[in-house]
Write a protein that binds this ligand. Structure first.
Ligand code: 7RM
Length: 643
């Protein structure tokens, strides 16, 4: 799978970069390992505002860690107030475009005003430091306003992606015993309304701890309001004070809880705290996104998952950036919406997922080619391994072979990017997240924790705690310990398989349970999927292992074809030959299933666990609350019965 092509940063890019050349990267990295306290301590002083200085940089009592203990700070103060004494006060903080086409440009000063007003609304409902507020909204500016208002008061927020069902919402509210819900009447998605308030009403039938529901009017389509419990956002803001000092909070004050799927059916509430999280978020803006003050920076993720938290809200705002938010679907009203946005706002940095990129490949090059994308200077990828074909397309068609692509490996639990290139320093290899970020000490080990040789596959672990690491799982520290720290004692288990090449570059092979063994050959689903999508007829593919009497596992493929008139039997036969040619006869798929969509999480990850269940038992059990479109699974299962 190693692509031998290497893309060194251009002289032009290096000239303006924050970190220049490999010497620049190596010096930073080495210092972060040799003198971690000085390294992070100096950065914390330089990059963040503190009401009171910390007494220790970190305290490590495995598996629990504290960063900047004794220090007092506030995430909202860092994202807003401190910019108001600088020329950034009139800079655009948020560029927003609604799906129907409205535009808002919100300056730092204005965002500060909006956050103070809403923080006073929360205070007025009796909410205080340590309380939990659920935020269930679409991608409107009031979503970050609500997050920052909570942060201002030390209220722990939990953003639930607006596409989640009432059922998923309910279990999360219950897990947190939340006191309030902030929502909207609805959200726009592909020209249709997502009825958010209806889902809240349904969820709250079994959530006795929720006293207040605050409802933003977005779609004005009419919702039911329960007297005493439900309030319109604009009513509560009437006559409200615009003064609201930021609370001086412990560096270790929980900032938010974000739910993520685990291997069991029960989602995990990942807890992030304030000082360390924010420090790594803000430093990554320079190191990975090479942020300049004049940039229009766009992370096209949803705020409902960690990429949006760190790289739409906290990182960019703490860094004083202009962060763009687009409310709706990428293909609405036409598949060129993203390219239109880039042209219109002269976007400089685009950070997106491979799954989005593959969807655009499927729509065809005419959509991006119809727009001026020359403002772009940096591209990013996150969420899953990017297959070489998608990398190449992104580089050529979107970046015009001019923009470095930062492939960033990280997790909800890590808080910010962990393995990622500094684009003015580290030569790129398509498909590799390249090298570790400062303070990050990864390794690749076998089941007993023993490091494996170069190019050998193994478990990706992290040896030392870093500032932004999740501190625990909400209400379940024991699960945190077992899940991440006990399997190989004393190290953080990422759950990913990877290998490190002779240059020290990391290649992520996918989740550990996505690695198959066919006739004693280790095969990664990624490797197979990558081979399949190189075939001219294939748009997207997911591969899972199907239990097999003789070979242990057999390769089962779910394939989405590009538009066209295909003879499925012929294509299937062709694909078998193709895979045999690309990888080897042993990898030849036993089963190929065509489908017009793959089951995905809301953040765009293919849910191979479900596909595995389909090929194994023909039924789907376990947690499906993170699925984007449940009907996809039902259709696949039904199709199986027909076979
Ligand atoms: C940021 C995010 C985490 C899992 C992780 C990996 C996979 C994420 C990459 C990647 C290869 C990447 N958080 N993953 N980024 N694999 N290359 N650049 O996605 O908690 O939702 O997912 O995603 O398997 O463990 S997450």
């Amino acid at each position: 799978m190693t692509d031998t092509s290497v893309y060194a940063p251009s002289a032009e890019f290096v000239k303006h970069a924050h970190v220049k050349g490999m010497e620049g990267y190596r010096a930073l990295y080495q210092r972060s390992l040799d003198h971690p306290e000085e390294f992070w301590g100096e950065l914390a002083e330089k990059e963040l505002f503190w009401f009171e200085k910390w007494s220790s940089v970190f305290e490590w009592h495995p598996p629990f860690v504290k960063w900047f203990a004794g220090g007092k700070t506030n995430a909202a103060y860092n994202c807003l107030d401190r910019h108001l004494t600088t020329p950034r006060k009139n800079k655009v903080a948020i560029v927003w475009e609604g799906e129907p086409g409205e535009q808002r440009l919100i300056s730092y000063q204005e965002l500060h005003r909006l956050v103070c007003r809403f923080a006073n609304v929360l205070k007025g409902r009796g909410l205080k430091t340590g309380d939990r507020v659920i935020i269930y909204m679409g991608m409107v500016p009031e979503l970050p306003v609500a997050m920052l208002a909570c942060a201002r008061l030390g209220i722990i927020h939990s953003v639930i992606f607006g596409g989640f069902s009432a059922e998923a919402l309910k279990t999360r509210i219950q897990d947190l015993n939340a006191q309030a819900v902030v929502t909207a009447d609805g959200a726009w998605r592909r020209g249709k309304e997502v009825r958010l308030k209806d889902a809240v009403d349904e969820a709250l039938e079994e959530c006795p701890t929720v006293r207040d529901v605050i409802v933003l009017r977005r779609t004005a389509s009419g919702v039911s309001m329960q007297p005493g419990r439900d309030h319109w956002w604009h009513d509560l803001e009437e006559g409200i004070s615009e003064q609201c000092p930021a609370e001086s909070l412990s560096s270790e004050q929980p900032l938010y809880v974000l739910y993520t799927s685990g291997t069991t059916g029960r989602p995990k509430g990942i807890v992030h705290t304030t000082g360390g999280y924010l420090l790594q978020a803000v430093t990554g803006m320079k190191w990975v996104f090479d942020l300049r003050d004049e940039d229009i920076y766009w992370c096209a993720a949803d705020i409902g998952w960690v990429t949006g938290h760190t790289y739409i809200v906290y990182g960019p705002l703490a860094a004083g950036a202009t962060t763009m938010i687009y409310e709706g679907a990428p293909d609405f009203p036409q598949p060129d919406r993203w390219w239109r946005l880039i042209e219109k706002y002269r976007v400089n940095t685009l950070y997106a997922s491979p799954t989005a990129i593959r969807a655009f490949i499927r729509h065809g090059d005419q959509w991006p080619n119809g727009h001026d994308l020359s403002s772009l200077r940096l591209l990013g990828s996150v969420g899953e391994p990017i297959n070489p074909a998608a990398w190449e397309w992104y580089h050529r068609v979107i970046g015009k072979e001019r923009c470095p692509i930062v492939d960033t490996w990280w997790q909800t639990e890590t808080g910010s990017t962990m393995i990622a290139p500094m684009p003015g320093a580290v030569p790129l290899k398509p498909g590799s997240g390249t090298l570790p970020m400062p303070g990050v000490v990864p390794d690749i080990v076998d089941l007993h924790g023993k490091p494996v040789a170069a190019n050998q596959e193994g478990f990706l672990i992290i040896r030392r705690p870093w500032p932004g690491i999740a501190r625990t799982i909400w209400g379940d520290p024991e699960r945190y310990k077992q899940q991440y720290w006990d399997r190989i004692p004393g190290v953080y288990m990422t759950g990913d398989a990877a290998r490190r090449d002779e240059d020290g570059y990391y290649w992520i092979l996918g989740r550990v349970d996505d690695v198959m063994n066919v006739s004693g050959h280790r095969l990664s689903t990624m490797e197979l999927e990558s081979a399949l999508v190189r075939h001219p007829a294939v748009a997207e593919a997911a591969v899972v292992g199907k239990p097999h009497e003789i070979t242990g596992q057999a390769v089962a493929c779910f394939v989405t074809l590009k538009r066209g008139d295909w003879n499925h039997e012929e294509v299937a036969e062709d694909l078998r030959k193709w895979v045999a040619k690309e990888i080897g006869g042993f990898a030849r798929p036993e089963q190929i299933r065509f489908t017009d969509a793959l089951p995905k999480t809301r953040s765009g990850k293919i849910m191979r666990r479900l596909l595995r269940e389909i090929v194994t038992t023909n039924a789907v059990t376990g947690d499906v609350t993170t699925l984007e479109d449940l009907s996809v699974v039902t259709r696949l299962a039904a199709q199986h019965e027909e076979d």
